[in-house]
Write a protein that binds this ligand. Structure first.
Ligand code: 4NP
Length: 154
């Protein structure tokens, strides 16, 4: 089972989701069966580490994002991943536009799928540090729902 998180730049929200899910998969022993990655719909930050504020907010909760590097979503991803989860509606519509016919990946809006209080993880890039903490709250909630789904599939 392979999961890909997608946001716009792949330096704030989706690498945070990758780090949180990795942590939860290890805690539940699902890491042997589930692979996780993240990507952006844009290419500006390919090869770059996550935003310093995302790394700091993650580290404060025990998530080490420092080894992650930006990558851009590509058409092959729809054949290689089983589940592609968008952080917001704009990411979702960009993914749907790229999605090739017949590819196996299920494409969905991350928080809506796991019934969070809101449907979208807001983009924290142009905001203050509080935004990164809110992003983590939402992503931790979503990942708990995702882990329950993955446990149910086993
Ligand atoms: P992300 O945040 O999509 O959560 O990684 C952003 C990062 C960079 C930009 C926009 C959003 N940017 O415009 O460079």
């Amino acid at each position: 089972m392979r999961v890909l998180f997608v946001c716009l730049g792949n330096i704030c929200r989706s690498p945070t989701a990758e780090g949180v899910l990795r942590h939860q998969l290890q805690a539940t022993g699902l890491d042997r069966r589930v692979e996780v990655a993240s990507a952006g719909t844009g290419d500006w930050h390919v090869g770059k580490p996550p935003d310093r504020r995302a790394q700091q907010a993650g580290a404060a909760r025990g998530y080490d994002l420092s080894a992650l590097r930006g990558q851009q979503v590509c058409v092959d991803d729809f054949h290689e991943y089983d589940l592609i989860l968008a952080m917001d509606e704009s990411n979702l519509s960009n993914l749907k536009r790229l999605q090739p016919a017949g590819a196996k990946a299920e494409v969905d809006l991350f928080l809506r799928r796991y019934q969070a209080a809101v449907d979208e993880v807001p983009d924290p890039y142009y905001g203050g540090d509080d935004g990164f903490s809110e992003v983590l709250d939402l992503i931790e909630h979503g990942c708990r729902g995702l882990v329950r789904e993955l446990q149910g599939r086993s």
